[in-house]
Design a protein around this ligand. Structure first.
Ligand code: DC
Length: 226
């Protein structure tokens, strides 16, 4: 039997990390874990419970009081559950995207989610994407991929994705959100987004999904032998 490895995929918002991670997990018969969905779940909870003000300030005292009671699950069919409620679609809204980086900067939130991410990955055969997977969650992952793409390409891809979901949002707002999140995610004190020193870089700007997958599979093949 082939050795099952841990694959960490990190990078900026909208580079295609989750798409690649999902395809890679499918091709290898591994488990895919979208760690960003977990941060989005907490952001959604904050919005639903009124912990976020009109000007996007978070009442972290209220959140921290309830954090222990939050149950977040990712099912094998890629659905995201918060306290047994299916929140798969709602966490992709621009409203959640606007506040999620602030929620992800809270230390206690990160501690809880990193622990959960490690519990979900016991046994290996994991592809997890996020911002701190290769640096913090799995510093010993056998394969670390740092995904990049130009801001123009990222904006167009995200815009197309939101339009197919019927979201009415303009190009400027999408680009602003991507850049704003990148800035917040890479400058925060807790586990900022950065490339692990032993990560390989994949620029997806000019690559099709198939080309990205082929590239990643060739990297895996270098590490996995019969
Ligand atoms: O991958 P995504 O765009 O769904 O992630 C949503 C936000 O969650 C992102 O702006 C930063 C945060 N995040 C994080 O801080 N650490 C992770 N491992 C994954 C996501």
């Amino acid at each position: 039997m082939q050795k099952k490895i841990t694959i960490a995929i990190d990078g900026y918002a909208g580079c295609g990390k989750s798409t690649l991670a999902k395809a890679l997990a499918k091709a290898l018969n591994y488990t895919f874990i979208d760690s960003g969905a977990m941060y989005r779940a907490v952001a959604f909870y904050c919005l639903e419970n009124g912990f976020i003000s009109e000007n996007d300030e978070i009442d972290s005292t209220q959140l921290l009081k309830q954090l222990d009671q939050l149950s977040i699950n990712l099912s094998p069919d890629q659905k995201v559950w918060l306290n047994n409620q299916d929140i798969t679609e709602v966490i992709r809204s621009p409203k959640v995207a606007r506040v999620v980086s602030k929620v992800a900067a809270i230390k206690a939130v990160r501690t809880k989610l990193v622990e959960l991410q490690r519990q979900m990955s016991v046994g290996g055969g994991i592809v997890m994407d996020g911002r701190d997977i290769g640096t913090v969650v799995f510093p010993n992952a056998e394969l670390k991929i740092f995904v990049t793409a130009s801001i123009e390409v990222r904006t167009q891809r995200r815009l197309a994705e939101l339009k197919t979901k019927g979201e009415d949002i303009d190009q400027e707002a999408v680009q602003h959100n991507l850049l704003d999140r990148d800035h917040q995610d890479s400058t925060r004190a807790e586990s900022p987004l950065k490339q692990a020193t032993d990560a390989v870089v994949l620029d997806t700007s000019a690559l099709s999904r198939e080309e990205q997958l082929d590239w990643a599979l060739s990297r895996v093949a270098l590490l996995v032998t019969d």
